[in-house]
Design a protein around this ligand. Structure first.
Ligand SMILES: NC(=[NH2+])NCCC[C@H](N)C(=O)O
Length: 413
């Protein structure tokens, strides 16, 4: 048993413990007209997606990583009827049913289930036809939901475990997600950190909680570059207010003293910093060329101002900013799709930039992005590819599908 289970002081330290989610019924339990709202661009084939995810998990295990499943951790955290009841009430409340007839019917349907079945059912979504409740005809309260098939929406994005929480140092950022469809996911992280036997007695510091209603941050934007420097994307999913909040907390209560913020286009394709920039070795990074207009990009380096506030240093050159904060003489920015004007956007769309380092210079990538993979190999990376035809339809890659909990500290920091 590791003396403290959360330890992430880099993006590249050997990955010892990771949390994932095996895609379930939730990625087939939606219609094409729901896709935009639930942040999907396709309707994946569940059976193949599960085979692909099992392959991903096996690659991690074969390289010495303990793979934990969030759905199992959540069920194992329901260690008493009181904890189960409190969790379900929070889930029903955030699903729109704080009380009333629908609340009562959903409670009667879910609470008697065994813990794992209840967790899996919540993730998969609850249809109106699943529940023993005859809707009141012509009810004004239901007027907006007539014909909508669900009482509780499915959670098809849960297999992107990177986003709802981020392990930083020995603590955790539990995230207020940007879009409603993903907001309930971090209830699982909250449950696990408070009640799972692996975590509850570890007094894990929280750098951010999900209880923020005007700011949002997602783990795809939170990159731990080393044991005192983070990179955080200013993106469609992470707001300035959230960055200021986590910076103040980290600077006051942790060994982190520098946050390199990177302004990226606010859109679905480039939704998180890790869709356009990842660290893969001591001095090597993947970068999507589409974020570098004439090689320029806006960055602000945030550091403590010595009076309890924040100091900002602007730089429009990513390479210069990275060398400065990481104290590196030279760095290797490896372009997605080898910088080709057609291949780069195409492979970025299928997460060719979204690599997962499992050790310095050892990366897991999607096999479909063969140009990006080849250029990584030419730059000396050990590239381990995984099948991805269905997993990629959720618009996330290997880094998105993994929440590192424990990485070995690097010899050289
Ligand atoms: N870290 C990441 N890049 N996560 C990708 C998440 C994809 C998911 N469909 C969403 O839009 O939220």
């Amino acid at each position: 048993m590791l003396d403290h289970l959360i330890n992430v002081n880099s993006e590249i330290g050997k990955l010892k413990v990771v949390m994932v989610h095996r895609p379930g019924k939730e990625i087939e339990n939606f219609t094409p007209e729901m896709m935009h709202r639930i942040l999907f661009d396709e309707t994946p084939d569940l059976w193949i997606a599960q085979k692909e995810h099992d392959y991903f998990a096996k690659v991690l295990k074969d390289h010495g990583t303990k793979v934990l499943y969030i759905e199992q951790l959540a069920a194992q955290s329901l260690t008493s009827p009181e904890i189960k009841n409190r969790f379900l009430e929070r889930m029903l409340n955030e699903s729109g049913y704080p009380k009333g007839t629908v609340h009562d019917a959903l409670k009667a349907y879910l609470f008697p289930m065994a813990s794992q079945k209840m967790i899996n059912t919540i993730i998969a979504g609850v249809r109106k036809t699943d529940v023993d409740l005859k809707p009141v005809k012509h009810s004004f309260d239901d007027a907006e939901h007539v014909g909508y098939p669900f009482y509780m929406d499915p959670m098809p994005n849960l297999y992107f475990t990177r986003d709802t929480s981020a392990c930083i140092g020995n603590g955790l950022s539990i995230n207020r997600m940007t879009f409603p469809v993903r907001r309930r996911e971090s209830l699982f992280n909250d449950l696990i950190i408070k009640h799972h036997p692996l975590f509850k007695s570890q007094h894990i510091p929280l750098w951010r909680t999900r209880n923020h209603y005007h700011t949002h941050i997602e783990g795809g934007d939170e990159e731990v570059l080393n044991n005192h420097v983070m990179a955080i994307g200013i993106s469609q999913r992470t707001s300035i207010g959230a960055i200021k909040g986590i910076a103040l907390r980290l600077f006051k209560h942790s060994h982190f003293d520098t946050i390199l913020t990177v302004l990226i286009p606010h859109n679905h394709a480039l939704m998180h910093l890790d869709t356009v920039f990842t660290m893969i070795n001591y001095d090597q990074f993947t970068v999507y060329p589409g974020i570098l207009k004439n090689n320029a990009i806006s960055t602000w380096t945030i550091t403590p101002d010595g009076k309890g506030g924040l100091h900002y240093q602007y730089d429009d050159n990513l390479k210069r900013a990275l060398k400065r904060v990481l104290h590196l003489d030279e760095i290797d920015l490896i372009m997605t799709g080898n910088g080709d004007p057609i291949v780069a956007p195409r492979e970025q769309w299928n997460d060719g930039t979204n690599t997962l380092a499992i050790a310095p210079g050892v990366v897991v990538t999607y096999d479909r992005n063969y140009v990006s993979n080849l250029i990584l190999e030419k730059h000396g990376l050990n590239v381990i590819t995984i099948p991805s035809s269905e997993l990629s339809r959720g618009r996330g890659g290997p880094r998105c599908m993994s929440c590192p909990i424990y990485r070995e500290d690097l010899k050289q920091q």
